[in-house]
Design a protein around this ligand. Structure first.
Ligand SMILES: Cc1ncc(COP(=O)(O)O)c(C=O)c1O
Ligand SMILES: N[C@@H](CCOP(=O)(O)O)C(=O)O
Length: 468
């Protein structure tokens, strides 16, 4: 499988290079040249299979030639062995034809673990084969950081630097980043918002002298391998609910558009999906774009669903490339306009192509809290604020005839204050995570400036200080 950049000007790469590169060198994001196809019999055969078996089938064509099949299988089995539920991503029925796909049974209680546990193993493998070290960077609004640190802590070949907005993540999220004691872990609290952190990460990838000096790799969903691992659970849920003989809809709490883009990829690979619904909080740039065709940045408002407090949604570029027929010039024009004026307009054809697949809705703070309270009162099910946004928006789009799956993206115990305030019940952390709440914290507070972050990384990355 070969990979091409959304902006069409970066070298075409194989999987291992895409895995290590993160952002393409033309500023774009990598996409597979073609979508592997899964026929109806294959999709039907996924029902009831162990998660790791389905994951192997789905992931294999994307990494063909880069990682030996038996090694890949071992990595996948190992990645999911530590999840707290034997189904890895179980489906829970909460209404007549409504389901929650629980994606939070991994080590840090967020859907990010599903991809990150595999990504860490894949990167280690490729780096060991090449005899290299890498410097991993990531921007987080709360969950990516903890999941990435968990996946990379103590790994000999990588140092990990996670940028998060100081004071804008929950206590549990912050402690997941600041309490690991391994010296390859660096939690950087920046005096800005998530978009500032993400812009600095992209800026560092576009600063080639720095990028090459520290051997920069990325763990945000700009990295194709993140999306790849997330495609699996769409097939698992779809097959469990009757695909390919029955269509399924998915509502996805959305910020950086990575999780829902994985659903789009599943659809391109043959999964019969009726609709993919984007659910946003009041930071609703994606809902507005799908409604109006105009992508327009506004200020970020802090909410009780902090992981979705995002305006610049990096994977939306992958969708733009798809609906523009992989026209790199068109994508580059829109991204340049965004950089220059903070907005761009999508042409009618691509807009219509988006609306054929995606619906959208938003959920404000009061609605989020009310959904948590109602769902607990009616079904005895405690939602985290992000999943609650999905449940609220799903209700606007359900038609009863097609199963609606809401992606359960985080465990309520990651946001105990917001959940207790809404439902009157304080969700408890699993036993093995409780120590973290009294452990010593280690973080570096830095100005949200690319130069400041680069200097810190250069001083601490072993790819520089100990050679590559
Ligand atoms: C709990 C939670 N829900 C939803 C999202 C949004 O996912 P995505 O950025 O892939 O759209 C995030 C952050 O990414 C998250 O941490
Ligand atoms: N919501 C995310 C933001 C980063 O998203 P990613 O999927 O691109 O890593 C978070 O919790 O950090």
């Amino acid at each position: 499988m070969k990979y091409i950049s959304t902006r069409g000007e970066a070298p075409v790469l194989e999987f291992s290079d895409v895995l290590l590169q993160g952002l393409a060198r033309d500023g774009g994001l990598y996409l597979p040249e073609t979508w592997p196809q899964f026929d109806a019999d294959t999709i039907a055969s996924f029902a009831g299979k162990p998660y790791a078996d389905v994951a192997f089938e789905i992931i294999r064509p994307f990494v063909a030639g880069a990682i030996a099949e038996d090694t890949l299988k071992e990595m996948i089995v190992d990645a999911y062995a530590g999840f707290r539920h034997p189904a890895v991503t179980p489906l829970v029925q909460t209404g007549a034809n409504t389901f929650i796909l629980e994606l939070f049974h991994g080590p840090t209680l967020a859907f990010k673990d599903v991809a990150m546990q595999l990504l860490g193993r894949m990167m280690d493998h490729v780096l060991a084969e090449r005899g290299l070290r890498a410097t991993i960077v990531g921007a987080t609004s709360g969950d990516t950081g903890g999941a990435a640190i968990e996946a990379f802590r103590g790994r000999e070949r990588t140092d990990i630097f996670i940028l998060f907005p100081d004071g804008r993540v929950s206590n549990v999220q912050r402690r997941q980043m600041t309490t690991p004691a391994e010296d390859n872990v660096h939690a950087l609290a920046l005096t800005g918002n998530f978009d500032d952190c993400q812009a600095i990460v992209k800026g560092m990838f576009n600063h080639f002298a720095f990028r090459d000096k520290v051997r920069l790799s990325g763990v945000n969903s700009i990295n194709w391998a993140r999306i790849l691992a997330q495609i699996v659970y769409y097939f698992v849920a779809g097959a469990a609910l009757g695909a390919p003989h029955r269509k399924v809809s998915f509502t996805v709490p959305t910020g950086n558009f990575g999780d829902i883009f994985a659903g789009y990829a599943a659809m391109q690979m043959g999964l019969p999906v009726e609709k993919l619904i984007v659910a946003t909080n009041v930071n609703d740039i994606l809902a507005r774009t799908l409604e109006t065709g105009r992508y327009e940045k506004r200020g970020v408002t802090p909410t009780i669903s902090p992981s979705m407090d995002i305006q610049v949604s990096s994977n939306f570029e992958r969708l733009l490339a798809e609906v523009c027929g992989r026209d790199g010039d068109a994508v580059r024009r829109m991204m340049n306009q965004l950089g220059q004026s903070g907005s761009f307009t999508i042409e009618d054809g691509p807009q219509a192509a988006m609306r054929a697949v995606f619906g959208a809705g938003r959920c404000n703070e009061a609605e989020t809290a009310a959904t948590i309270a109602e769902t607990y009162a009616e079904a005895g099910y405690l939602l985290d604020p992000h999943t609650a946004i999905g449940v609220h928006v799903a209700k606007q789009h359900e038609d009863g005839s097609v199963p609606m799956v809401v992606l359960g993206t985080a465990h309520p115990a990651k946001f105990p204050d917001a959940v207790e305030e809404a439902a009157g019940v304080r969700p408890d952390l699993p036993e093995n995570l409780k120590d973290m709440m009294s452990a010593e914290e280690r973080q570096q507070v830095l100005a949200a400036e690319q130069g400041v972050v680069e200097r810190f990384i250069e001083e601490h990355a072993r790819a520089v200080t100990a050679g590559v």
